[in-house]
Design a binder for this molecule. Structure first.
Ligand code: TXA
Ligand code: MG
Length: 327
């Protein structure tokens, strides 16, 4: 399959036609690029799983353009949804609600709940409005690989497997949306740029899911994600980073550091990801992409475990986690 890359001006009509005909379209959002299909069309949704090599028990989230759309894709919508929507939508927040019948069970892998996301990206919303298609869309990368924050990342990963990528430049947030589950006591299932503290300001107490998933509440959470193609480790201190770096040089591993701009790293290969949580988020996936393309060994410096930096650490811990033997 020939994969076209077009900007929205040249690509909108084709995107609309493809979506209406049950085909896939990769598109920009403020978080990461998504790979969209009509959430009511089971055959179309199955193509997402096929193109990504995604496990069949990892549900997708549904993208809407306007708040009123929620009534079509979800049911029994609690007041908390509207409280969150008023403050944070459109924006990098996915809200788990009870699903409506309109949404194909293939989207939710049989769960009675569905993740709803209204992206703060005009291109994404224009595609949804013009096509009238609510897009089921995961991040537009092959399963378990690093999420894409540019059209080039998508192309390098899925070239030949999808018909169209709409190029909307770099994603300004850079990590996937925060997921909050409102089908139970409000609980953060995946941290993101909207932190638990920010959610608590409008909702009161919000839990955060930690630990390992055994039973399928959010099946996707049990899989390793965000993995670069070369070995990656995390070090707790600058001293440890330098020690591991020197060892790696001795062993001809071609190391690179992903971290902050410490003077101690002078003359070492460094991908500087900035100096605060929002900067880390914007830069982290691009740094991982550059690192795996150009180096043989990635050494990640541990970042602060607070605010948005906590959410970036969530991704970096997964990127540097050892692959379980049975996967
Ligand atoms: O920012 C984002 O959320 C991006 C852009 C494209 O919108 N999308 C994204 O999708 O990150 P994906 O599929 O890579 O991550 C969605 C996560 C998965 O871990 C999945 O397991 C979880 O949401 N999820 C989906 N439906 C769920 C449900 N009903 N209950 C619990 N978790 C769910
Ligand atoms: Mg993903």
């Amino acid at each position: 399959m020939d994969t076209k890359v077009l900007d929205i001006k040249d690509g909108l009509d084709l995107a609309v036609e493809l979506l209406k005909n049950g085909e896939l379209v990769a598109f920009p959002t403020e978080t990461v690029y998504g790979l969209g299909a009509d959430c009511t069309n089971t055959e179309a949704v199955n193509k997402i799983f096929e193109a990504k090599g995604r496990p069949q028990d990892n549900p997708l989230i549904v993208h809407i353009a306007d708040i009123e759309d929620v009534k079509k894709v979800a049911r029994e919508i609690p007041d908390e949804f509207y409280i969150l929507a008023k403050k944070f939508l459109p924006g990098p927040l996915t809200i788990i609600l009870k699903k409506s019948d309109m949404v194909s069970p293939a989207v939710t892998c049989g769960l009675d709940t569905v993740g709803i996301r209204m992206p703060n990206n005009e291109i994404a919303r224009e595609i949804i409005r013009k096509s009238g298609v609510f897009m089921a869309a995961p991040s537009a990368n092959s399963s378990k690989h690093i999420s894409p924050t540019t059209a080039k990342h998508v192309y390098d990963d899925l070239n030949g497997k999808i018909p169209l990528i709409i190029d909307g430049g770099s994603c300004e947030v850079g990590i996937e949306s925060t997921i909050i589950d409102l089908s139970q006591e409000p609980t953060v299932l995946r941290p993101g740029a909207i932190t638990r503290e920010m959610l608590e300001e409008v909702l009161g107490t919000v839990g955060e899911f930690k630990g390992k998933i055994k039973v399928a509440k959010a099946p996707g959470m049990k899989y390793k994600h965000y993995a670069p193609k070369v070995p990656a480790i995390m070090c707790d201190t600058v001293e440890e980073v330098i020690l591991k770096y020197k060892e790696a040089v001795k062993n001809d591993l071609r190391p690179v550091i992903i971290g902050k701009n410490h003077p101690e790293y002078f003359c070492l290969n460094l991908l500087n990801i900035g100096s605060n949580g929002s900067e880390y988020a914007r830069n982290v996936y691009n740094a991982l992409h550059i690192a795996e393309e150009n180096y043989g060994y990635i050494i990640v410096e541990k970042l602060e475990d607070e605010g948005v930096s906590h959410s970036v650490m969530n991704r970096l811990l997964k990127a540097t986690a050892e692959q379980p033997k049975n996967e």
